[in-house]
Design a protein around this ligand. Structure first.
Ligand SMILES: *[C@@H]1O[C@H](CO)[C@@H](O)[C@H](O)[C@H]1NC(C)=O
Ligand SMILES: *[C@@H]1O[C@H](CO)[C@@H](O)[C@H](O)[C@H]1NC(C)=O
Ligand SMILES: *[C@@H]1O[C@H](CO)[C@@H](O)[C@H](O)[C@H]1NC(C)=O
Ligand SMILES: *[C@@H]1O[C@H](CO)[C@@H](O)[C@H](O)[C@H]1NC(C)=O
Ligand SMILES: *[C@@H]1O[C@H](CO)[C@@H](O)[C@H](O)[C@H]1NC(C)=O
Ligand SMILES: *[C@@H]1O[C@H](CO)[C@@H](O)[C@H](O)[C@H]1NC(C)=O
Ligand SMILES: *[C@@H]1O[C@H](CO)[C@@H](O)[C@H](O)[C@H]1NC(C)=O
Ligand SMILES: *[C@@H]1O[C@H](CO)[C@@H](O)[C@H](O)[C@H]1NC(C)=O
Ligand SMILES: *[C@@H]1O[C@H](CO)[C@@H](O)[C@H](O)[C@H]1NC(C)=O
Ligand SMILES: *[C@@H]1O[C@H](CO)[C@@H](O)[C@H](O)[C@H]1NC(C)=O
Ligand SMILES: *[C@@H]1O[C@H](CO)[C@@H](O)[C@H](O)[C@H]1NC(C)=O
Ligand SMILES: *[C@@H]1O[C@H](CO)[C@@H](O)[C@H](O)[C@H]1NC(C)=O
Ligand SMILES: [Cu+2]
Length: 772
């Protein structure tokens, strides 16, 4: 066999091998063009791997763009005219007019009907397309950063990322941000099934629209039977996301918040006016328990990217419309994508049957209102049994109340409401001109007609509201947790984290510490973190009286029952009390218990924090840097296979939530308040789970971090002589040539030796044969 033939055979073998090992997986490219609101993958039988492309751009609202046009191409501005239609603004000559037909351009993204500003679009839209995949499918998502100036990352909220912690999409925790002009390939297993979402986890980009739904369809089709409800599941049409929309871009907003300047210009004035009096400053509004809500002043609310600002008449707004047939039941999937505000969700004249949360089915609960906090998801069944009307308002109302010190409850609601429409397809869908004719059917809660609300951020409403709360810990799973996923009631490891505004600046902290991001990604550059740990990680024994700004990391061991107690107690004065929606990455935890403070029976407002926990130790100012259980109380927590599981949970103001899980997913997992300004101020920490068992990252993931060098190195560089380079390069070229010929000679020697040896053997054999 000649060496050439050998090489050819080896190469052919390699090709066959590669084809074989790659060809086993069937790959489908999900079509996900700019005009599509949802992009679906074929079933697992047809495609084990599903490929999406997500392109992130900065676009203007009310503007259409020709798809795939080069940068610098003209957008076309539209406004909603008096007949409720989109009317183009003609460009000034000589700018060429682009023509937008059905699918040539992005949609106009009219948001709240009023606010003309830039936002982050994924595939041309706000929100980005809903991605629909199947349980255990392998998802490949190429994320392209087409922004001009910011790094991005995409987090797949609720996906466990087992064995793939570096695919979790947290800038500087699980990866370096994707720089402008670059793309990043996320690959992960779609697990668990249910309603999830994806969103930026760098800066405050989520607030500016960088998110979309992520629906993982269950492999099992027995749910309908087990729930006893015959429903239709149409995730491409019936996924509903909520966003509280702001007038200014988040960079402007957060630079104000970080300077503690709560100035929001009046709605009827320009945004660039300078405040002249401290009375221009905004103070957070309050919920029924007196706790503060709304770090940012409310501007408007969007349901699937559309809504109505209070200054816009109904007949000049464009709302999201959800079509249904009469006499059926439908599964709707609700996604809390808000920046700050919780929404009280309801559909006029329809009750809601809550059937799942954060990917886990629950025993159905019927309700009038469902409160959804940022980060949470709830699945509901809506039965379309109304006979008289065809159009109903879908409402998402903030929990803000109008307090008047002299009055007693019930206080009236501040009218901050996002609207959409449920349309029975018995006739034509309404146009904006018809919106005004839609009859309101808001449920009036009275003594004789009590209402139910699921997921209140406090124990209960004052009786005068006639609203009964069903809170998270009261929900029960529909399917029991399998033993291998069930933590024991007794915790092997317990950590107590107090979420409060406890530092001299009164900004968002956990145990008195403001989280700051490292300069290199923890998950992919762990050696650097381990080396610098002393310098950059928080000292967990510090009493933090003067504030602690540090990389807050807590270690937990492998395969134990871990208990996190998330509390909101401590120094807080009543108005500074806040309920925080807390999200843990990498796990679904069991919500074992919820503790509440005490409430004034006359007003329903919080009197004091729960005394199950104490903060007294460790500091003269009683900062809650090391919260502990109160020894005088005997508390007993039990987990069973019906205990509800979630990945995001609301922790009541002045109270706590006990969550338990098995630490069977090694990785650096972020734990944080999902209210964007709180997270950015430092209400976050990293759980370092089983570092020794962590999976090293795939080759080639980019690294980031500080760069520093010395003057000596600089001087050496300064003495560089370009003129010497030509000959130098020649020298390298010669060395390369020499090595190649050297290798060739060696190979020839080896081949020659082998041939000679073989021939000798053949001769020996021949002589052997001769001998016998
Ligand atoms: C509103 O815009 C539509 C579509 O561009 C146009 O047909 C209609 O005449 C406009 N209405 C008014 C009142 O200008
Ligand atoms: C828009 O798309 C249609 C169909 O693909 C095509 O015929 C038409 O020329 C396109 N228009 C423009 C302006 O690109
Ligand atoms: C999907 O994968 C998970 C984890 O590997 C497994 O527990 C589950 O049974 C799988 N689901 C199906 C339908 O195969
Ligand atoms: C569920 O799926 C199985 C297997 O594909 C099928 O035989 C069965 O009819 C399905 N059941 C329902 C209620 O759709
Ligand atoms: C739109 O609504 C406003 C006030 O709500 C009303 O004055 C106006 O006449 C309406 N326009 C049309 C075209 O119906
Ligand atoms: C939710 O909003 C509706 C109006 O949209 C109101 O009637 C109801 O009282 C609110 N419920 C809660 C729990 O805030
Ligand atoms: C529709 O069903 C609900 C229960 O799901 C019931 O309360 C309501 O009265 C029904 N409405 C009509 C018009 O039948
Ligand atoms: C609730 O009360 C308002 C105002 O009193 C009334 O207009 C409305 O019809 C009532 N809603 C229902 C469903 O009865
Ligand atoms: C509860 O609130 C009422 C009304 O503001 C007040 O008079 C009363 O003293 C409060 N009760 C307690 C225990 O603070
Ligand atoms: C307070 O902290 C000290 C040292 O950190 C510890 O020895 C002591 O037991 C703690 N006291 C309580 C009541 O937990
Ligand atoms: C805790 O609760 C369990 C189950 O309810 C019970 O068996 C156990 O005795 C309780 N322990 C204490 C100390 O109350
Ligand atoms: C990187 O630089 C920042 C800012 O100077 C510093 O705070 C941080 O500790 C440095 N990181 C490391 C790993 O040295
Ligand atoms: Cu918070």
């Amino acid at each position: 066999m000649s060496p050439m033939t050998t090489v050819i055979i080896v190469v052919q073998c390699l090709i066959v091998f590669i084809n074989h090992s790659w060809g086993q997986e069937s790959v489908a490219n999900a079509v996900c063009d700019e005009y599509m609101t949802a992009c679906a993958c074929p079933s697992l039988e047809e495609a084990q791997v599903c490929h999406f492309q997500l392109r992130v751009k900065q676009l203007l609202t009310f503007t259409r763009y020709q798809i795939d046009a080069p940068p610098g191409s003209q957008g076309k501005v539209y406004f909603i005219n008096t007949t409720g239609q989109l009317q183009p603004v003609s460009p000034v000559p000589p700018t060429p007019t682009i023509s937008c037909e059905e699918v040539n351009c992005t949609e106009a993204n009219t948001v709240d009907g009023r606010t003309f500003r830039s936002f982050y679009a994924i595939n041309g839209r706000i929100p980005g397309p809903t991605l629909i995949i199947h349980e255990n499918q392998t998802v490949v998502a190429d994320v392209e950063n087409l922004l001009s100036d910011e790094g991005i990352s995409i987090h797949w909220h609720g996906m466990h990322q087992r064995n793939t912690p570096w695919m979790d999409g947290i800038g500087f925790i699980s990866q370096c941000p994707i720089l402008p002009g670059a793309s990043f390939r996320y690959i992960f297993k779609a697990y668990p099934p249910g309603t999830f979402w994806y969103h930026s986890h760098s800066g405050a980009q989520r607030t500016d629209g960088m998110y979309g739904g992520l629906i993982v369809l269950e492999a099992s089709n027995t749910t309908q039977h087990d729930l006893g409800i015959d429903f239709e599941d149409l995730p491409e049409r019936h996924t509903i996301s909520f966003l509280d929309w702001q007038r200014e871009e988040s960079l402007d907003l957060f630079s104000k918040i970080h300077s503690k300047i709560r100035y929001f210009p009046p709605a009827d004035g320009p945004v660039d006016v300078v405040p002249t009096s401290s009375s221009d400053f905004y103070f957070p509004t309050q919920a029924a328990d007196g706790s503060g809500i709304g770090v940012l002043k409310y501007w408007s609310g969007l349901i699937n990217g559309r809504g109505i600002h209070s200054s816009v008449p109904l007949n000049r707004s464009i709302l999201s419309l959800f079509e249904v047939d009469k006499g059926k039941s439908y599964r709707f999937r609700l996604i809390g994508a808000q920046s700050v505000y919780a929404f009280n969700f309801s559909i006029d004249a329809h009750r809601l049957t809550v059937i799942a949360t954060d990917g886990y089915f629950i025993k159905p609960v019927e309700t009038d209102f469902l409160i959804i906090h940022t980060g949470e998801r709830y699945d509901i069944i809506v039965t379309t049994n109304e006979t008289e009307y065809n159009n109903f308002f879908i409402r998402a109302h903030t929990l803000e109340l109008e307090f008047n010190t002299n009055e007693e409850p019930p206080y009236s609601q501040i009218p901050h409401e996002a609207l959409a429409i449920l349309h029975y397809s018995r006739d034509e869908p309404p146009s904006p001109l018809d919106y005004g004719t839609i009859v309101s059917h808001q449920k009036n809660c009275s003594e004789g007609s009590q209402c139910t609300a699921v997921n209140c951020p406090f124990q209960s409403f004052h009786p005068s509201y006639n609203i009964h709360c069903v809170n998270v810990y009261e929900l029960k799973l529909l399917y029991p947790t399998p033993d291998y996923e069930l933590p024991s009631s007794e915790a092997d490891n317990e950590l107590i984290f107090n979420f409060a505004f406890e530092n001299p600046q009164r900004t968002s902290t956990i145990n008195g510490r403001n989280f700051i991001f490292p300069s290199a990604s923890l998950q992919t550059q762990t050696e650097e973190f381990d080396k610098e740990r002393e310098k950059i990680a928080c000292n967990l024994d510090d009493t933090c009286e003067l504030g602690c700004h540090c990389l807050h990391v807590h270690e937990i061991p492998y395969k134990k029952t871990v208990r996190f107690v998330i509390s909101t107690v401590g120094l807080s004065m009543s108005r500074r009390r806040f309920s925080h929606p807390v999200h843990l990455h990498g796990h679904s935890f069991h919500v074992v218990a919820t503790g509440y403070g005490t409430y004034n029976q006359t007003t329903g407002r919080i009197l004091s924090s729960s005394d199950d926990l104490v903060c007294s130790n460790g500091s003269t100012r009683s900062l809650c840097v090391k919260p502990q259980w109160n020894d005088e109380k005997v508390l007993n927590f039990t987990v069973d296979k019906w205990t509800v599981r979630k990945d995001t949970v609301i922790v009541p103001a002045g109270g706590y939530v006990v969550m338990q899980f098995i630490s069977d997913n090694p990785g650096f997992w972020f734990l944080h308040c999902h209210i964007e300004p709180h997270q950015l101020e430092g209400m976050a920490l990293v759980v370092d789970e089983a570092q020794a068992q962590q999976n090293p990252p795939p080759k080639g993931m980019r690294s980031c971090g500080n760069f520093t060098w010395t003057i000596a190195e600089f001087n050496q560089k300064l003495n560089f002589n370009p003129d010497e380079q030509e000959s130098d390069r020649f020298a390298w070229w010669k060395i390369a040539l020499l090595s190649v010929s050297g290798v060739a000679v060696l190979v020839m020697i080896v081949i020659a030796t082998t041939c000679i040896y073989r021939r000798c053997r053949r001769k020996k054999m021949q002589s052997y044969n001769v001998l016998h």
